[in-house]
Design a protein around this ligand. Structure first.
Ligand SMILES: *Cc1c(COP(=O)(O)O)cnc(C)c1O
Length: 448
């Protein structure tokens, strides 16, 4: 059946050689080009007779791949970049070659078993009960939405709201929470943060009580962030979680970036309170050394999620038994076993290696903060809590930051786009890559 001709064999060698080269050497940063520009170089690649594998691969490696910024370059500190381990990246080749179906236990038992052990590690780090569980979904956006849909279903069982359903979160919460609210047609209650940028339990309690006392609207979920994408700030999980619990409201923790550091003893106590979450997310594709795309979504009581997210159809109902099918725990049916590259790397290296790599990135972030403190023209926006270091340059306007950032990429030194905080333009380093050295930070700071 398989037509593994000499032609396919040689293409396989080429693909492996390219992939290995990409893994062995620091990739160039590269950068975007316009569609017109790319078209003028490669033309229309979709043709009746096909280009052949070698030519199509060559178009990718020589032109298209070079028009993509390498997110794993050690001086790409933009947004939240990525830093997959070699093992995780290599294993993605296995996942790709295996045609695994990750939606149901029946079809993917072995793979789902492995994914579930990786989820268990995260759930145990958070201190959730042994009965907790979940699924790897595409990203934090889908993870947050899936959890919030379950939270609303729970609230509907208990309250016949006459007004609007509401999610309480902070002004600093990720844009995906607003996106979820939009998809769900619910409102947001944006609770003010303290002067330290954190969402505090007392503020959440006051805001919810005021809303419930003065309107018919009801809060069905409280979302805390640990830590925020822009500044890496961790909300008061214990206080916020307690405020939610006391009011019998679902407590969700968005830890897409920061909860990865649950495995780092030096910062573990910053996450106190995570153990009372009803659900949480963390993206292994951000700070847990896994390739795109993987978000771990974990529920304290997964059967609540299953009751909401299971899809029913005549051709699916043969699957409905007591087996654990990942499709049942989020807004997804067919899914790739996207947790497997993370699982493989974790299983192969052991969790100690994760702790070590995590502590290392935190140390580099602290050293970067020290350099900024010592710099005559730079000022930290906040003391870094995890591995995001945000700062300003005295005397600079928005266009100065933009010009500096553009030149940094043009010169292929680094990728640090400006961000903003309270209306002020800032720069930020998001350090998630164990290969980012303090000398890389020095190279960037020399340009400031
Ligand atoms: C990145 C991020 C998200 C969204 O995750 P995606 O994987 O990009 O969908 C949500 N919340 C926080 C705090 C994030 O940093």
């Amino acid at each position: 059946m398989h037509e593994f001709t000499a032609e396919v064999e040689s293409l396989a060698q080429e693909i492996l050689a390219y992939s290995l080269d990409r893994l062995k050497n620091d990739p160039p940063l590269d950068g975007p080009r316009t569609a017109e520009d790319l078209f003028s170089e490669v033309g229309n690649t979709i043709t009746g007779r096909g280009l052949g594998g070698h030519r199509a691969l060559e178009i990718l490696t020589s032109v298209l791949a070079k028009a993509c910024i390498s997110t794993d370059h050690p001086r790409n500190l933009a947004f939240i970049p990525s830093a997959p381990s070699e093992y995780a990246n290599l294993f993605d080749l296995v996942v790709g070659a295996s045609a695994l179906y990750g939606g149901s236990w029946q079809e993917g038992a072995g793979a789902v078993f492995a994914e579930n052990q990786a989820l268990r590690w995260l759930s145990d780090l958070a201190g959730l009960p042994a009965t907790a569980g979940g699924v790897f979904v595409q990203g934090g956006t889908i993870g947050n939405l899936s959890a919030l849909v379950v939270a609303r279903a729970q609230a509907r069982k208990e309250h016949r709201a006459t007004g609007r359903w509401v999610i309480a979160c902070s002004q600093e919460s990720h844009s995906s929470i607003a996106s979820a609210a939009n998809v769900m047609d619910v409102d947001l209650l944006k609770v003010p943060v303290g002067s330290d940028g954190k969402l505090w339990g007392s503020a959440v309690a006051a805001a919810i009580d005021h809303l419930h006392a003065t309107t018919q609207n009801r809060v069905f979920a409280v979302v805390a962030t640990s830590g925020t994408t822009n500044l890496g700030i961790i909300d008061d999980l214990k206080g916020v979680g307690s405020a939610a619990r006391e009011r019998n409201i679902w407590f969700h923790v968005d830890g897409a970036y920061g909860l990865a550091a649950l495995c780092a003893p030096s910062v573990r106590d910053k996450f106190d309170g995570i153990e009372i979450a009803d659900s949480f997310i963390v993206d292994p594709h951000k700070w847990l050394f896994a390739p795109y795309d993987a978000c771990a979504l974990i529920y304290r009581e997964p059967e609540l999620a299953r009751a909401v997210h299971s899809q029913h159809a005549s051709y699916l109902d043969t699957l409905k038994d007591d087996q654990w099918s990942p499709s049942d725990y989020a807004i997804n049916l067919t899914r790739r076993t996207r947790g497997l590259p993370f699982w493989f790397s974790l299983a192969a290296h052991g969790t100690d290696a994760y702790t070590e790599a995590m502590e290392h990135t935190i140390t580099v972030a602290q050293a970067a903060a020290d350099l900024i403190r010592a710099h005559p023209d730079l000022e930290l926006v906040v003391e870094p809590e995890l591995s995001i270091v945000a700062f300003t340059r005295t005397g600079w306007q928005m266009k100065d930051y933009q010009n500096w950032s553009d030149a940094l990429l043009t010169d292929q030194i680094g990728f640090i786009p400006p961000s903003s905080h309270q209306g002020q333009t800032i720069l930020r380093f998001a350090i998630v890559n164990p290969w980012t050295k303090i000398s890389d930070i020095e190279i960037i700071l020399r340009r400031l």
